[in-house]
Ligand binder design. Structure first.
Ligand SMILES: [Zn+2]
Ligand SMILES: [Zn+2]
Length: 898
């Protein structure tokens, strides 16, 4: 039975299907230096593909190579063979292989060992190879250092924390390094990429000091400009191989669109069909919350025991168990986040389902889909379950574009910011800690600026060497603890089960080493539930907020901060409760520096550095079990942990009878923190400065809709309602239900007057909207641009933040309407320049997208966003379209830059 047949019962829910035909491979020949390797090739039973031959030829001509061909195109074969060949020529040479995750290493080492055995049978020699990862115990590491294996499989984290820091232990490895292999290069983008670039810089300095000159082999998913990316990251010349010649299996691309079922029911049906047929499947979600929600929805299903969630925040041992169970077939479906995007081998896999188009557009989708169907004789299934969301809608409408891009599988942009000062400063301090002295001449201009900062902070000295007369930076205060490569900041938040003794033990720990040992023990014993960053903490784990993990419901309680480690204690609640919490925040953006400026039609576009302040003021509680949940929140308040006002019928506080009539308070509560939590950071972004003439849109909106009321002969009730309803006044009480309250008030009033006219009700609502002024139009524009940004930029919209001002409060744009879209990563991770480059296309597409959305007044496809700090209030799609029309269609195309 073909994979497609399996899903036939869901035919009514299938919107589009595309079949990618299987493709034959093209082959070539290569002569290795040692004839044994050609014999090895024969023994392993394969002929090299043409692109593998090409890669080897360039490598053997002495160049660094970057190979960017799809998953399963035999990229790793290239370096394995090259290593065996080089080993025969020079048994003292060493090889360092870097993988972004430990799971990948397990898999790659296994493959290497299998070929090593064949190599041994042919040559009588075995290439010693070992893995060096964070979880290898100290004794084993000492054995490894004594034995000096030729091949080391490691992670960038280990290179960072261990190899470079204790370089003397690894001198044998670094001094004799022949090849440096960096797999999954495309992972090193954004913050991780910036960190990696500096990590490599440190490695480079060390290698230079030791006189080693290895060649680099970088392997990656398909990029538009692989050579440029590799050269930027490594600061070396590269030769790129990107034309794949391997065969492919037949592949189905299916778009599911919920029609008779809702999204969740459809997903459940797909999962059940595939699990019943024992088809191993990965289902990808944008968020950890999404995986947990579906798992909860499957609680009563007969395939429940075959399904679980897999997230990067789960402790490592738990993840290993899941990987093993999936490989062995005990589990058939994993509901996962991008944690399983990379080539972690979890056995053969036939189907990859994505819940919606990922927020970075096709970047992740290409990787994820590549995971299914690695065997040519089988079939592969790639499917997307469409949601009501901007990108999903875009690709449903532009299916050909989706097919074409997935067919080509090319990633357009790789953001990486080498000038993130915070990241650079950390690494240059580590560099000094490792080297002691660095020559001023060896640093570039930006690095010198950062070094000067270290001098001011008294971590380093800038001195002239009396012998050489050259300037050099000398270490003054070493870096004692190194921070994570995965974030810009160095804070970690652990979600811990709330057991009083844990808190006591944590506070007893007197040294960092002791604390880390205890944390590892807590992880092993399952007391640590998840590990998140500062952003996620503020969004999801403030005291009293609900958090889901592996099907369990927790309530976040107090937090214990020990240096840069934070422990957030969580209490398990009834996992069947239907409840969710949504954080409320205010925002402020300050312009620090403008680095670029252009004008498009009526809009000034800027690129530069910003300071962003998020003020988290509380959260809303929603769901059928809000009542039960509020009881728990009240207990938390009584205990003194939560300092807040709680607005709900449960508390009887500040809620009058009238409010009950409008809202179903049983399903809604509001928690207002006495002292808000503040998160402030510097980053990069773009901002659009609009002409003041767009302000007319608000009065145009009023006139247009008041005219509707006049034509219908109901101008009096319309005007009275307009005068009495004010979103700004209602919002503090009703938060995300304000619009609902406004609509209901209009509806009820008209009903009392015996008028039943939806068009009139809508017109009055728009009159009320016009009171909010131009800010609501800009807010809608901001949301929409963030939504569609991934179409060109492949930038994950979740990494973008935005804020809009009807009147910017300070210079240089005082009083002007401004929309900011910024990189949500502290210090900036390279997203802003990509947005700036594509700003014109983004603006044009935004107008097209807003206009083509069939909704009347804004929906999740065009303007509503789950991340909105003001709960999607003050959003006016109608006015947004008018603003774009004014600046994009009525302004002359000629600008001052032309
Ligand atoms: Zn819409
Ligand atoms: Zn918003």
């Amino acid at each position: 039975m073909s994979l497609f047949e399996t899903l036939r019962p869901l035919k009514s829910e299938i919107a589009r299907v595309q079949v990618f035909p299987p493709k034959d491979g093209e082959f070539g020949d290569f002569q290795f230096n040692n004839p044994e390797i050609n014999a090895l090739l024969g023994e392993l039973g394969f002929r090299p593909y043409r692109h593998q031959v090409e890669a080897l030829e360039r490598l053997y001509s002495g160049r660094n190579i970057v190979v960017t061909t799809p998953t399963a195109s035999g990229k790793s074969e290239i370096f394995r063979l090259a290593i065996f060949d080089s080993y025969l020529s020079d048994p003292r040479a060493t090889y360092l292989l870097i993988y972004p995750t430990r799971a990948l290493i397990n898999n790659q080492l296994e493959k290497f060992s299998l070929q090593n055995l064949v190599f041994y049978r042919l040559t009588g020699k075995l290439v010693s190879a070992r893995m060096l990862t964070g979880d290898i115990p100290w004794e084993e590491r000492r054995t490894l250092i004594r034995e000096k294996p030729r091949v080391i499989f490691t992670t960038p984290d280990m290179l960072h924390y261990n190899i470079l820091r204790r370089w003397r232990d690894y001198e044998w490895l670094l001094r004799n390094l022949r090849y440096l292999v960096v797999d999954e290069l495309h992972v090193y983008r954004g913050v991780f990429g910036s960190n990696f670039a500096y990590l490599f810089r440190r490695l480079d300095f060390r290698l230079k000091h030791l006189g080693a000159k290895p060649q680099i082999m970088a392997l990656s998913a398909t990029l538009r400009n692989p050579r440029g990316f590799a050269e930027k990251l490594f600061r070396r010349r590269f030769s790129a191989i990107s034309h794949a010649t391997n065969p492919f299996p037949r592949r189905y691309l299916i778009l599911f669109e919920p029609k008779n079922l809702d999204e969740r029911q459809l997903l459940r049906a797909v999962v059940e069909r595939l699990a019943e047929k024992k088809i191993k499947t990965l289902v990808f979600f944008d968020s950890r919350k999404g995986t947990e929600k579906l798992l909860r929805f499957l609680l009563g299903s007969k395939v429940f025991s075959k399904v679980t969630t897999y997230k990067g925040t789960l402790p490592r041992n738990v993840r290993w168990e899941i990987e093993r169970d999936f490989k062995e077939g005990k589990l058939l479906v994993l509901l996962t986040t991008n944690a399983l995007e990379l080539g972690i081998d979890i056995g053969d896999l036939d189907a990859v389902i994505n819940y919606g188009i990922p927020p970075d557009g096709l970047f992740s989708l290409i990787q994820r889909f590549g995971r299914a169907g690695r065997k040519t004789e089988r079939e592969a299934l790639n499917a997307v379950v469409l949601r009501k969301n901007g990108l999903d809608y875009y690709y449903r409408e532009h299916f050909d574009e989706l097919v074409e891009r997935l067919g080509r599988g090319i990633i357009e942009y790789m953001p990486v910011n080498l000038e993130n000062e915070r990241i650079a400063e950390k690494h240059l301090h580590y560099l000094l800690t490792e080297l002691g002295i660095v020559d001023w001449d060896e640093l570039d201009e930006f690095e010198r600026k950062v070094m000067e900062k270290l001098v001011i902070e008294r971590k380093a000295d800038l001195k002239k060497n009396p012998l050489t007369g050259k300037l050099e930076v000398r270490l003054r205060k070493p870096a004692f603890s190194y921070s994570s490569l995965r974030t810009a900041s160095d804070e970690t938040f652990f979600l811990v089960k709330d057991e009083p003794w844990i808190k006591g033990k944590l506070m007893e720990k007197s040294s960092l080493r002791e604390l880390l040992n205890f944390v590892n023990w807590l992880k092993l014993k399952g007391y640590i539930i998840e590990e998140v960053d500062s952003d996620e903490y503020h969004r999801s784990l403030l005291p009293g907020m609900a958090y889901f993990s592996r099907g369990e419901l927790y309530m976040a309680r107090d937090r214990l901060a020990l240096g840069k480690f934070h422990f957030v204690f969580a209490k398990p609640l009834n996992r069947f409760w239907d409840v969710e919490t949504f954080v409320a925040k205010r925002e402020e953006v300050e312009i620090l520096e403008s680095r670029g400026e252009k004008t498009y039609r009526g809009v000034e576009v800027h690129l530069g550095r910003l300071r962003v302040r998020h003020v988290y003021t509380g959260f809303a509680v929603k769901g059928a079990d809000t009542g039960n949940y509020v009881k728990e929140i009240l207990k938390l308040k009584e205990s003194g942990i939560l300092r807040a006002e709680i607005y709900s019928p449960m508390t009887g506080e500040r809620v009058n009878e009238e409010d009950f009539s409008i809202l179903n308070w049983e399903k809604f509560a509001k928690v207002e923190l006495k002292e808000p939590y503040v998160r402030e950071f510097e980053t990069e972004g773009i901002w659009l400065v609009f002409p003041d003439s767009i302000r007319e849109v608000a009065s145009e909106e009023f006139r247009e809709f008041f005219n509707v009321a006049i034509e219908k002969g109901f101008e009096d009730p319309a005007f009275i309602l307009y005068s009495n309803l004010d979103r700004r006044k209602l919002f503090p009480l009703y938060l995300g239900t304000t619009t609902h309250v406004i609509r209901k008030t209009i509806g009820d009033t008209l009903q009392r007057l015996g008028i039943s006219d939806e068009e009139l009700a809508f017109a009055i609502k728009k009159m009320v909207d016009s009171k909010d002024g131009i800010g609501s139009a800009l807010h809608a524009i901001e949301h929409n641009m963030i939504k569609i940004a991934p179409i060109f930029t492949y930038v994950d919209s979740r990494e973008l933040g935005g804020y809009s001002y009807a009147s910017f409060p300070s210079l240089p744009h005082a009083g002007r309407p401004v929309v900011f879209i910024y990189d949500g990563n502290e210090g900036g991770s390279g997203l802003a320049p990509i947005l700036y480059e594509n700003a014109e296309r983004l603006m044009e597409k935004s107008l097209e997208h807003l206009r083509s959305c069939p909704c009347k007044d804004g929906c999740p496809v065009c303007v509503l966003s789950p991340k909105c700090g003001t709960f999607n209030e003050f959003l006016d799609k109608w006015a947004a379209i008018r603003v774009w029309e004014k600046v994009l269609e009525r302004f002359p195309s000629k600008s001052k830059d032309d």
